[in-house]
Write a protein that binds this ligand. Sequence first.
Ligand SMILES: NC(=O)c1ccc[n+]([C@@H]2O[C@H](COP(=O)([O-])OP(=O)(O)OC[C@H]3O[C@@H](n4cnc5c(N)ncnc54)[C@H](OP(=O)(O)O)[C@@H]3O)[C@@H](O)[C@H]2O)c1
Length: 253
Amino acid sequence: MKDKVALITGASSGIGRATALAFVRKGAKVIVSARRGAELDELVKEIEADGGKASAIVTDVSKATEVELMVAHAIEVFGRIDYAVNNAGIEGNFGSVTDLLEADWDQVMDINLKGVFLCMKYEARAMLAAANGGAIVNIGSVNSFLGFPTGSAYVTSKHGLIGLTSSVSAELGPKGIRVNLLCPGVVDTPMHRRLRGIAGDDLYDKGLLPTVHLQRAAQPEEIAKSIVFLCSDDSSYITGSTLLTDGGLTLTL
Ligand SMILES: NC(=O)c1ccc[n+]([C@@H]2O[C@H](COP(=O)([O-])OP(=O)(O)OC[C@H]3O[C@@H](n4cnc5c(N)ncnc54)[C@H](OP(=O)(O)O)[C@@H]3O)[C@@H](O)[C@H]2O)c1
């Protein structure tokens, strides 16, 4: 991936951070974005200390003007975008359908679903303008397929990404840009640790993890490798697809 540029949203933490480092290991330059600038600056320093090239831009993916600036920043700094990973997401607040606040529903949709639409809108414009092809990976979840009580907002946002990814793939495929959805299961990140805190250790250790064929959570680096694969030429005939990286969880629930 030498001379290629990858843009990663939600790179201040968890899967996004690991993905930025994975691209750098493959020789790509990276644009890292999220709302927390200090974490991004630290990541850029770490990458540069190892001889890699990176640039940070603070972005809230739910705001079109900020997303447009993020893409403009990538073009200004590195001149192109070859790969885009739309990973930023929140679990939001959980609540039964009778109690969930409209504001909580809106926040999850704005970040997890509208945010991915906005990112693809500006990323695709830049890729099409450059006419070099490209690859986009959106981050769904096992909850792109499975619901759970109190999870209607998160689950709906992740289900929506299947339709969004498939539609945009159909639009961009003829122009040489592949678009896929990667769906992780349980990944050991700050989000996972927050959810574990809500559900309780017992539910995780005795309820959820035994349903995973591999009997453990993924490390973010394992998910990052699959994301890099979906951007690389090794997946040149994969588009409009969903790749489950869940250690077998979905099939056993
Ligand atoms: N961990 C799991 O078990 C798991 C399983 C399935 C799917 N996923 C999905 O994987 C993705 C990454 O999750 P993670 O586990 O790595 O969680 P995480 O550690 O909480 O990281 C989430 C990232 O998203 C960023 N983000 C949140 N809201 C944003 C916004 N409005 N604008 C820009 N960036 C925003 C956060 O950065 P700032 O706070 O700095 O903005 C952070 O960098 C999410 O889409 C999540 O739904 C995770």
